[in-house]
Write a protein that binds this ligand. Structure first.
Ligand SMILES: [Zn+2]
Length: 480
């Protein structure tokens, strides 16, 4: 062993001092620890460390544990080899230190791969990533951002998937979406607390102490969490959208009808942020989160108003796709069915529109026969632009009227300038669309997405036009 006896004594003294400090911090903190899982307890322990410090006066970074070790290393001229051994011991005790001496001494960015059963996680860091765009944020006093995460298959031939935590800054123009942490594994992350712990801890710290781009304090704010329905259920600790209590926005319950889960065409009792916080509708929370806060509640995110229904998955890949697939598969009453000749005419008409589509559109229209392979942006183009032309006189008039209802409502909700004055009209139009849906497509057709249209206007009230809180930017980033 290369360490002398004296040196080891110093290491243990430093560790003892740290444990004494942690014990005092733990006594002050009131963070609830879920279950007996030791790993979960360590995360909560880590949270308590940050949140307790957060409630103190704003402390300069040098007072924190890492800086104490740095100062100790410099004072005693500890070599990197010995320092690495100390960091390894502390890391084994689940303390918040990097494994690399270079990272501790700020000679290298912290991108440490962490075992995160059933995969691995690397935390790139909010602070590190914002540092890269420092020149763009210098003149702003606050940075407001949206968060997104979702599973992304890496290869067709394996189950390996990525789960990046993505950030979109909304109050500063021309900044691309960037990741702050990435999970990789053969299955999705098993525990939302662990998956988000590094992000939540860092955000809590920066929220209190501020970020200092160019030496100026800059406040950080989360505007909203934007995810598809499965990721939203995972993040919010709510039942999956394919369960009876899957709607987090109201108390409506879905019922089984011919082996299909069918949602009501009317809104139940509206759930408020306070209702969610106080767990007033207990069936609308996963068992593990009925007495325990979810990670985003720990950073004071309002779980109803700041977690909108993402229009890309809800409308374009959800209701619009279902609408077209049902027509193509003739899943509607006999007299409303689409004949083969009209199906071909719709496809031909769409193909003929290619030459009229401006370059701003990333995709050109293609045959309706290929609807199973359409991308979200193609459904959006059909809904807002081409559908109104190609469906006219080709589908039954009731079907066309139903399409017009959705077209008009989404047009009104997409107009940034007049969205608030149009809100009541759009809301009423969507109500009519949802009420009519089972009359056209059958009693088993009202899915979670169709029902959720009834809540879309509420998100528009707080976040503006639907493109403001759509997942398109995140999806584009993931494609790249
Ligand atoms: Zn609902």
């Amino acid at each position: 062993m290369s360490c002398s006896k004296r040196h080891l004594k110093r290491l243990f003294k430093a560790k003892k001092e740290f444990y004494t400090e942690q014990l005092a911090v733990k006594n002050e903190a009131s963070v609830r620890v879920r279950g007996n899982d030791a790993a979960t307890e360590n995360i909560a322990h880590c949270n308590s460390f940050h949140s307790t410090n957060a409630t103190r006066e704003k402390l300069p970074l040098k007072n924190f544990f890492r800086d104490k070790i740095k100062a100790w290393q410099i004072k005693n001229r500890i070599g990197h080899k010995s320092l690495r051994e100390l960091l390894f011991i502390l890391k084994e005790e689940n303390l918040d230190v990097p494994l690399s001496p270079l990272v501790l001494l700020d000679l290298k960015n912290e991108e440490v791969v962490i075992e995160h059963v059933p995969g691995k996680y690397v935390h790139l860091g909010l602070k590190n990533q914002i540092k890269k765009i420092e020149s763009s944020v210098l003149e702003f006093n606050e940075i407001v951002f949206d968060i997104n995460f979702d599973g992304l298959p890496l290869f067709n031939s394996s189950r390996t998937q990525l789960w990046p935590i993505l950030i979109r800054i909304v109050n500063i123009p021309n900044i691309s979406v960037f990741p702050v942490g990435i999970y990789k594994g053969k299955q999705k992350p098993s525990d939302i607390d662990k998956f988000l712990s590094y992000f939540v801890n860092e955000f809590q710290f920066l929220k209190v102490n501020g970020l200092e781009p160019g030496g100026k304090i800059c406040e950080l704010k989360i505007r909203s969490l934007i995810c598809d329905a499965p990721a939203r259920a995972f993040a919010c600790g709510i039942p999956h959208h394919t369960s009876a209590h899957g709607c987090s926005k109201c108390t409506a319950e879905a019922n089984k009808f011919r082996n299909t889960l069918v949602y009501p065409t009317k809104v139940g009792k509206i759930v408020s942020d306070e209702d969610f916080d106080l767990r007033r509708h207990i069936d609308h929370h996963q068992i593990g989160f009925r007495t325990v806060k979810t990670p985003f509640e720990k950073v004071n995110l309002k779980m109803i108003t700041q977690v909108p229904l993402d229009p890309m998955h809800l409308i374009d890949l959800g209701v619009m796709k279902k609408f077209l697939v049902r027509i193509l598969k003739n899943k509607l009453s006999y007299e409303k069915r689409l004949c083969v000749a009209n199906k071909k005419q719709i496809s031909d008409h769409l193909e003929s529109l290619k030459i009229h589509i401006p370059k701003k559109f990333v995709r050109l229209p293609r045959s309706i026969e290929q609807v199973a392979h359409w991308k979200a942006t193609e459904f959006r183009q059909f809904l807002l632009y081409t559908g109104i032309l190609v469906l006219k006189d080709k589908v039954h008039e009731d079907v066309y009227y139903e399409f017009l209802l959705l077209h008009c409502a989404c047009r009104l909700l997409s107009c940034s300038k007049n969205v608030h004055s149009n809100l009541k009209n759009a809301e009423d139009t969507l109500k009519l669309f949802v009420e009519n849906f089972p009359k056209i497509f059958g009693d088993d057709s009202v899915s979670y997405n169709v029902h959720s249209l009834l809540h879309l206007a509420d998100s528009v009230k707080t976040l503006g036009a639907i493109q403001n809180f759509s997942a398109y930017d995140f999806e584009n980033y993931l494609q790249n």
